[in-house]
Every structure is written in C-alpha cells, then in structure tokens.
Design a protein. Sequence first.
Length: 544
Amino acid sequence: MKKYPSIFNDVLSPVTPGPSSSNTSAPSRISRTVLQLLGKQPSQVLVEMCDHGGYAETFYGMQSDLAFIAGFLDRDPVEYDLSRAYDDAVAAGMKVTYGFIPDLPDLPSELCRMTFPSAEKDSPDGLRISQLTAVSVGGGSLLISDLDGCPTDIRGDCFEVLIFLKSGCGLELSGAGDGSAACPELYGQIEALMGCVNEIRYSAGPVYSILDIKCWEKPQADRLDALLSLPEISRGFLALRQTAPVYDVTADRRRKPPFTTSSELIAYTREKGIPLWQAAVDYEASLSGWSDEQVLAHGEKLYDIALAAAKRGREGGFVFEGVTDPHGARIAGEFARRDDLIPMGIGKSGGPDALGIMEHSNSRGVIVCMPTGGSSGVVPGAIFGAVADMGRTKEEGVKALLTAGLVGVFMFETNYSGFYGCQAEIGCATAMAAAALCTFLTDDAETACAAASLAIQNGLGLVCDPIAGYVQVPCLIRNMTAVPTAAMCANAAVCGFPATVPLDEMAEAILRVGRRLRPCNALGTNATPTGLRMNEECIKKRGR
C-alpha cells in the first residue's frame, strides 16, 4: 500500500512533551505499541543501541530513556510527568536497562534492540516474544521491523491484526514479508471477511510466523472470531495481538490526495481557482475523510497548543536540564521594551515566540512538532509574529499554519530527521514558514512554493550538532533566526525574486546533501573545545 504523508500525522505532528519528536515522542510511541504486542507489561526490558549511532549522541539529553519507560507504563506522554518514569517503573515492578554496544548497525540512525529476559513468565497466553528491533524513523514516526527474527512492518499508522502461527504450519508463502498476495485464495477470504483491509503481509521466522492484516478501522470481534476459524489459520494458530494507530489520521487505502508534488499543487489551485490554504484543506480531507470544518478545527487546535507554549515560554519561571538556562522571558521583555534595537518587523515578537516555544519544550512542556521538536518554534513564531505585526486575525493564522503543513508534505522523504542534518529540521521548518507567510500577502501557490525553495537554498548543508545531545545550543538561536529568514524569503518571492530551482528539486537536494552530511557533526558546535568540555560535564552529571 502506497503511503501518502498527512499534514496532521507527519508534518504538524506530533503533539508531545519536548524536546524532540524522534527522540522523545517516537520512543514513547514505540514502547506503547510494543506493550500491545507483548500483551502484558514486561517485568524486565533491555534496550540496546549502537554506540556510534544517533541515539549515542542524544539519548539522555533528549530524554529518550524517560519516554521509553513512559510507553511501557502505558502513559500518555502529553498527560504524564516524564520525570517520574524511573520511580513509577520501580513501583510497577518493571526494570528497564539501557546499553550502547558496537555490534548493532548505525543505520538506521536511531535503531534499538529490545530484549525481554522474562518473556515466558510475562506472556499472558504462552506467546513468547523475546526480542525485537524498533526504529525511530524521524519526526515521531516509528517502525518495528523484526520480532524474534521474523520480519515485520509495524508503523502505527493503522489498526493491525497480527496472527502468530507455528513455524512450518504450511502457510509459508513466497515473497514473505513483501505484502504480495502469494496466497490469493486465503487473502481474498480475509479481505471479504474483514471488510476493512488495507494490506495483508505474511512473514516466516525461526520461532513463529506472522500474518499481519492492516485495517483502516478497528475490526469487529465477530469478524475476528470468524477469521481465526479459517482452517488455514486455525491449524497453526498460536496467538492473536492487535495494535492501534498512534496518529490522528488512520491510513486508508481507499483514499488518495488530489496532488502529490508542488508542481501538481500549483496546477490544482489554478484549475480550481482556490487559494493555497484551501488546497491544504482539500489535501488533508482527502486522506482523512474529514469535512473542511473538521480539518480547520484541528488546525485551530494545533495553533492554540503552539500559542500556549509560546505564552508559557514568554512567562518564564521554569528550569530545564542541559547546557544553558532559560532566557526567553528576558529576551521577550528586552525586545518589547527597547527602542534602540535594529528594527526586525515580525521578528520582534516572532523571534521571542520561537525561543519561548523551544524553551518550554526543553522543560518537558507540550508542543506541536512542526515538523520536529528541534524546529518547533519556527513556523508558529513566524505566523504569530505576522499576526501581531500585520494586525491579522487568528483565522488567517490557522490558514497559514495549514499552508505550512502542506508545503512540509513535499519534503516528507527526509522524515525531517536530524540524520540528514539540521537542514531537514530548521531548513524544512523555515521553508514551511516562508510559504505560510506568503498567505498573508498572496493566494498564489507558485509564489509560496518559490519562497519555500529559497528558504531551503539558504539552509542547505546546515548540520545537526547539538552540544551534549540537548536541543539547546545551537538549536535555540536557529529557531529565532529562522523567523526573519522566512520573512525575507516570503517577501523576496512576492516581489518576484526567482527561486530558479523548483521546490520539488530542492527537497531532493536535501536528501542528497544529507546522506553526506552526518560525518560533519563531529566537526561542528559539539566538537568545539567548549562543546567537548560541556559534553564531559554532562556525562559526569548523569553518572553514565
């Protein structure tokens, strides 16, 4: 089944406590999904990662350790105080241990192997899942790729019915694991019986085999009973597990968007005679099945969450662990009070808002990742700054936010992952913000896409190099400076400055550059004498 990125699933997402989508939200999502696979809270978990992979640099600074535990406790991270994770695990009789070892692959960058030493004792029905592989793909996305040597493709984007079968039960299909209908008669029966099937995948492993039925809605109990009674399934049946989607919009193979590239978007808006924000509503409605009103209402909800984060950041009065201290409240006050500073237009309030959101995020405050936690201040900072400076309405701000989300769709292949450099986080966010700001000046989609392309050109090659793995230095200042950069790109595009290279081509350039960029991280801010010293201090402070 082809995946189409959703604005609310993949770009203006997730809603999470900070500081990171890939390192805080995704680990929580992974372990909550694993909890459903296990069927019961494990008493022991060993989480191992590559000692020279992405987690090695950021694991504790971005609170991945706390997020994994919160997921195994089945806590909603938005409502849960992550600082309680270790204590609550002890109270629940669960021991979670972390380790960094050399014999795991460093690609994907944020891959982990989970081992459950007491799997047999913890199993509710005799199914023993002893080990699995899970990946934080980027932007809060996840992949559980292996269960005890049996290939899987569990991504949390739909309802999944996983039927565990005895290895060698006679259902071994050619092309195992690729989703192909190698057994069309059985697959046809399953589709007719369930009535909501996106895809069926079969994989054979050394311990068991798995028939994975991906559905666009939760299957009814009577249909599941009938499914398990099929002779091909009943003769080798071991156990049934179900997982629920972690996203707002559930994948549905019946739904396709009206366009998939920025060039198609431009043609679509011209053919329909609609503004860019309406095209964003059309796009998301086509994937979700929601009405226009529901799409706009969800956009307003995200707008309000970001606005509350900015307000909290401006108020200050909180602390966070890391290599710097909160300065947002003071900077906001200075920018507002002083008249001897260089005029900055929307940057006067937008820059402090971006900083405030990021600092709120670092104190484990709830944010909307746009498109990541490390860049969560850019888009709302730019939009809030424009609304304040230009005297625009909240409704216009929400439409600009949806426009930002739509433009982010065209860069989805990067997963906005720091593996491809900060050009895939701050860079993509600046492009989204530039397009959003254009909506305050023009309805023309081509102009907005040109502004986004200019922003990517400006940020191409930006490395991801946070000191000691904290989303603080240089992440905080990058969020602030991205706001006036987005404004400059929007103004330039509206005034006719040519992007020359189309947005779709620049999105591909991010990937090409990003694949070569990762080694440069060892040369950046994190590798300065000050950065190295702070790294050592943080390691000693953590006692790890």
